[in-house]
Design a protein around this ligand. Structure first.
Ligand code: E4P
Length: 224
């Protein structure tokens, strides 16, 4: 399963990319707004940062038009920022028209704000490269986000759709585990969740014990 970072923050991306375990970055207008820098500059900087660590990555950049013509225009411009850019369009009728137009021009789309299996089916039929179901926001509203991932996996497998299932709106490491067990293709996660995924108290305890025993043994040898 690929792991993306869900952020527009270049420092977070730098630290995560240094691990060699990052396959991409997703942004959205809210994340970009937090950075207080021009959109184009942020997207280009993210691509430059990731390219220092891997040749195989994507950066999702979201359109903000409401008509499909505007989305296509934005998408064509974003695709020129960097060859790894994927154009994010919302799961609306206009978003899916834009997705088809851009796919015909070999520009890959990440169809975002997916909350139902039927929406995911429509996005796959529109030629989406990525579908982004928002599991955390479903859970926030009393639903079961992971059920949606399972349903989309089944539908895509039934009809051999190649669209990648990207688990978005992740709130905990457990959701990443569940996504992997279901067979999602990608999870996009905030930096704090990325950091937590390395952690287990028994790893720290075991490591501390091994290092202490090693130091004791070295000290004993030195005295001989
Ligand atoms: C996905 O690409 C979105 O940027 C993101 O996962 C939304 O997450 P949120 O619900 O935490 O805002």
């Amino acid at each position: 399963m690929k792991i993306y970072l869900d952020t527009g923050n270049i420092e977070e991306i730098k630290h995560a990319a240094e691990t060699g375990l990052l396959n991409g970055v997703t942004t959205n207008p809210s994340l970009i707004a937090k950075e207080g820098r021009p959109f184009k500059e942020i997207i280009k900087d993210i691509a430059k940062m990731l390219s220092k660590h891997t040749k195989d990555f994507t950066v999702s950049a979201e359109t903000t038009s409401t008509d499909w013509e505007g989305m296509v225009k934005e998408g064509l411009a974003y695709a020129k920022y960097d060859k790894h850019v994927i154009v994010k369009v919302p799961l609306t009728p206009n978003g899916l028209i834009a997705c088809q137009k851009l796919a015909k021009k070999r520009i890959r789309c990440n169809v975002t704000l997916c909350f139902s299996p039927n929406q995911a089916l429509m996005a796959a039929k529109a030629g989406a490269y990525i579908i982004s179901p928002f599991v955390g926001r479903i859970d926030d509203h009393g639903g079961h986000g992971m059920d949606l991932i399972e349903e989309i996996r089944t539908i895509y497998d039934n009809y051999e759709f190649k669209t990648n299932i990207l688990v978005a709106s992740v709130r905990s490491p457990d959701q990443v585990r569940d996504a992997a067990l279901i067979g999602a293709d990608i999870a996009t996660i905030p930096y704090k969740i990325f950091q937590k995924m390395f952690y287990h108290p028994l790893t720290d305890k075991g490591n501390a014990q091994f290092l202490a025993d090693h130091a004791k043994y070295q000290a004993a040898l030195a005295k001989k």
